[in-house]
Design a protein around this ligand. Structure first.
Ligand SMILES: Cc1cc2nc3c(=O)[nH]c(=O)nc-3n(C[C@H](O)[C@H](O)[C@H](O)COP(=O)(O)OP(=O)(O)OC[C@H]3O[C@@H](n4cnc5c(N)ncnc54)[C@H](O)[C@@H]3O)c2cc1C
Length: 597
C-alpha cells in the first residue's frame, strides 16, 4: 500500500462546517481535511442572505426568541435542547467570526449590520426583527474565506481535490477513510482515530435546484453502505425563489429588503396565504403558495413561474400599504442605488443569466430544491448516533448540511444553516480532538482499499447497456415531480418503483474514459450511484410519513398529526432494502402548537 497517511482527526469536506471543525480539532490533534473541491469552491461560498444571531444591534432581540422561532419554524420536529444550545451560542459564534476578520456590513455606529428574514420575530409583538448578520449578499463567501485563512494560519493539512469513496470500520469503530486523488486517479488510505463528515447536501437529485454540482450526497451514501442510518430524510426544503428553470437562488434577503411576490394576474398573493407575515412567511409556506398559484392557472403567461418584484417603486408602494417603518418611525423606502449596494450579487446574477435588471424589471422565479433538513444523525456535540437510544458510533462525527442534529426539524429557517455550520462544526471538532487524545488507532482492515476498488471496478467493467446521463436526468425529473413540494401516496409509489428501476439500470453503466487523470466521467457515475441511494431513502421515508409537516407536504394527509408522527424517522439500508424506525423528539419548554401564518 503505497499511499497511507495517518492523522488523528480526518475531516471530510472543506465548507463552513468542515473548516470550523478542522480549526478546532487542529488545536488538540493532528488534523487533515480532505475535499473533493478546492476548499473555497464549497457550496458555503454561495450563501447569500446571512447568519442568524440575536445580537440585537438595531432593536431588542434575545436567544430565547431565536430559539422559539426556530422550534416553531421546525414545525416542532426540531430537538429543543439542541436548538436552545445553538441559539445561545450564536452570539459568541458571530462575534468570533468578526474577530477572525469577517468583513460584516456595519450599522452607522459600527456594529454588525442585520436584516429581517422569514420567521425571525420579536416574540412579544410578533413583528419581524433584524437578526440576520450579513456581508452584503455574499455572507457565505466571506465565512468560507475567513475560515480557510484561519485554517492555513493554524497549519491544518489539506488534501484538496481528493474524493472519499469509503469509510473504514474495525470492530465497530472508526478506522479511517479511502479517497481517490483526482489528479492521478490513485487511491489513498487515511488511517484516523476520528473522522468528521462535513460533506454538505444532495439537492442535485432534483431537476430544479439551487445546489452546486458537487451536492450529490456522497457522505450519506458512504455511511449508509456501512450500516449507519439517516434521519428525517423526507424533509427537504424547497426555496420559493429560484431563477425560473435555472434554479439559481434569489436570496430571501430580497424580500427582507421589501421585495414582494406577484402572480400572473398582478396580485400580491401572499396576503391570502399568510396574512400577517405575508412575503416573509416560512419557506415551505411560500413555496406551496407559489405552486398553488401556478396550478390554479395564475402563473405568468400560463407558465410555471411567478414574479419577484423588488423595483424601488413597488417596494415603496407595498411598504406604505404594510405600514413598514424605519427604526426612527419614518416610512421605509428604498432607492435603486441602495438596492445595488445591498444586493449586488443578486442583481448581477439576474442581469447575466436572465437579461433582467431587477432595479427596473420583475424577476421570473419558481421554487427550487434547496436544503436537506435530514442527514446523518448526531447529538449536539456532533457525535454520530446510530439508533433510537442515541448510541454514539466510536470516533465518528458529522456537522453541517450532511448532519441532522436536529435543529431544523421539518423546516429550516433562513440563515440558521450558516449558524449550524459554525456552532456544530466547532463542537464536532472539539469532541473529535478530545476523543483522539484518549483513543488508540484501530487496526486498518487487511486490504483497506478493497471496498473502494470494488465500486470503481464495477463502473469500469459494466455491460455498457445503460447511459449514466439518461439515468441521472430521469431521476431528477421523477424526484422533482413526485417527491417535491407536494406529495401523494400514488405519486411516491410510482417514483419509488422508478428509482428502483434506475438502480437496476445503473448496474449496467460502463464508463468509457479509461484514463486516470481527472476522470470526471468515472466520478460522476459514482456520484450518480450515491444520489440513487439517497433518492430511495428520501422517497421511502416520505411515503412512510402519513402527515404533512414543514417541508413534507402530503396532499392525501394534509394535517400535521402530533399524536402519531411527532417523532424522527431513522432509515437504514439492510439487505438491499430500506428499513425504518423512529426516535423521540426532545421537547423542553415548548409544547407543539398549531401553526399560524
Ligand atoms: C445558493 C445557496 C444559498 C444559501 N444561502 C444561505 C444563507 O444565506 N444563510 C444560511 O444560513 N444558509 C444558506 N444556505 C445553506 C448553506 O449555505 C449550506 O447548507 C451550507 O453552506 C452547507 O455547508 P457545509 O459545510 O455543510 O457544506 P459545503 O459548504 O457544501 O461543503 C461540503 C464539502 O464537502 C466536500 N465533499 C463532498 N463530498 C465529498 C467527498 N466524497 N470526498 C471529499 N470531499 C467531499 C466538498 O468538497 C465540500 O468542501 C444556502 C445554500 C445555497 C445552496
Amino acid at each position: 500500500m503505497a499511499n497511507v497517511h495517518q492523522f488523528e482527526v480526518v475531516v471530510v469536506g472543506a465548507g463552513g462546517a468542515g473548516l470550523m471543525a478542522a480549526l478546532y480539532a487542529s488545536r488538540g490533534a493532528k488534523t487533515a481535511v480532505i475535499s473533493k473541491l478546492y476548499p473555497t469552491r464549497s457550496h458555503t461560498g454561495t450563501a447569500q442572505g446571512g447568519i442568524s444571531a440575536a445580537l440585537g444591534n438595531y432593536e431588542e432581540d434575545k436567544p430565547e426568541w431565536h430559539t422559539y422561532d426556530t422550534v416553531k419554524g421546525s414545525d416542532y420536529l426540531g430537538d429543543q435542547d439542541a436548538i436552545e444550545f445553538m441559539c445561545e451560542e450564536a452570539i459568541e459564534a458571530v462575534i468570533e467570526l468578526e474577530h477572525m476578520g469577517l468583513p460584516f456590513d456595519r450599522t452607522p455606529e459600527g456594529r454588525i449590520a442585520q436584516r429581517p428574514f422569514g420567521g425571525h420575530t420579536n416574540n412579544e409583538t410578533g413583528k419581524p426583527v433584524r437578526r440576520a448578520a450579513h456581508a452584503a449578499d455574499r455572507t457565505g463567501h466571506m465565512i468560507l474565506q475567513t475560515l480557510y485563512q484561519q485554517c492555513l494560519k493554524n497549519k491544518v493539512n489539506f488534501f484538496d481535490e481528493f474524493q472519499i469513496l469509503d469509510f473504514l470500520v474495525t470492530d465497530g469503530k472508526t478506522a479511517g477513510v479511502v479517497a481517490v486523488e483526482l489528479a492521478t486517479g490513485e487511491l489513498h488510505t487515511f488511517h484516523a482515530k476520528a473522522v468528521i463528515f462535513a460533506t454538505g447536501g444532495h439537492g442535485r437529485i432534483f431537476e430544479v435546484t439551487s445546489n452546486c454540482y458537487a451536492y450529490t450526497g456522497d457522505g450519506l451514501a458512504v455511511l449508509l453502505r456501512q450500516g449507519i442510518p439517516l434521519e428525517d430524510m423526507e424533509f427537504f426544503q424547497f426555496h420559493p425563489t429560484g431563477i425560473f428553470k435555472l434554479g439559481i437562488l434569489i436570496t430571501e434577503g430580497v424580500r427582507g429588503e421589501g421585495g414582494v411576490l406577484i402572480n400572473g394576474v398582478g396580485d400580491r398573493f401572499m396576503t391570502k396565504y399568510a396574512p400577517s407575515v405575508k412575503d416573509l412567511a416560512s419557506r415551505d409556506v411560500v413555496s406551496r403558495a407559489i405552486y398553488t398559484e401556478i396550478r390554479e392557472g395564475r402563473g405568468v403567461n400560463g407558465k410555471n413561474y411567478i414574479h419577484l418584484d423588488v423595483r424601488p417603486e413597488s417596494v415603496n408602494k407595498y411598504a406604505a400599504i404594510d405600514g413598514r417603518t424605519n427604526l426612527d418611525g419614518s416610512a421605509y423606502t428604498i432607492t435603486g442605488t441602495q438596492l445595488l449596494a445591498k444586493l449586488p450579487d443578486i442583481i448581477d446574477f439576474c442581469r447575466v443569466y436572465l437579461g433582467v435588471d431587477p432595479v427596473t424589471q420583475m424577476m421570473p422565479i419558481q421554487p427550487t430544491a434547496h436544503y436537506s433538513m435530514g442527514g446523518i444523525p448526531t447529538n449536539k456535540f456532533g457525535e454520530v448516533v446510530i439508533d433510537s437510544n442515541n448510541t454514539p458510533f466510536p470516533g465518528l462525527y458529522a456537522a453541517g448540511e450532511c448532519a441532522c442534529v436536529s435543529v431544523h426539524g421539518a423546516n429550516r429557517l433562513g440563515t440558521n444553516s450558516l449558524l449550524d455550520l459554525v456552532v456544530f462544526g466547532k463542537h464536532a471538532g472539539l469532541k473529535a480532538a478530545e476523543f483522539a487524545q484518549q483513543a488508540d488507532y484501530q487496526k486498518l482492515p487487511s486490504n483497506p482499499e478493497a471496498g473502494a476498488l470494488f465500486q470503481v471496478e464495477a463502473l469500469r467493467t459494466g455491460s455498457g447497456q445503460e447511459n449514466a446521463f439518461e439515468i441521472n436526468a430521469e431521476m431528477k425529473t421523477i424526484m422533482f415531480d413526485d417527491v417535491g413540494v407536494y406529495r401523494t401516496e400514488k405519486g411516491m409509489k410510482e417514483a419509488l418503483e422508478k428509482v428502483w428501476a434506475l438502480q437496476e439500470r445503473f448496474k449496467h453503466v460502463k464508463v468509457t474514459d479509461t484514463g486516470k487523470i481527472f476522470n470526471t466521467e468515472l466520478l460522476s457515475a459514482w456520484e450518480l450511484g450515491n444520489m440513487l441511494e439517497v433518492a430511495e431513502v428520501i422517497t421511502e421515508s416520505a411515503l412512510n410519513r402519513q402527515e404533512s409537516r414543514g417541508g413534507h407536504s402530503r396532499e392525501d394527509y394534509p394535517q400535521r398529526d402530533d399524536k402519531n408522527w411527532l417523532k424522527h424517522t431513522l432509515a437504514w439500508k439492510k439487505d438491499g432494502k430500506v428499513v425504518i424506525d423512529y426516535k423521540p423528539v426532545t421537547i423542553t419548554k415548548y409544547q407543539p402548537k398549531a401553526r399560524v401564518y
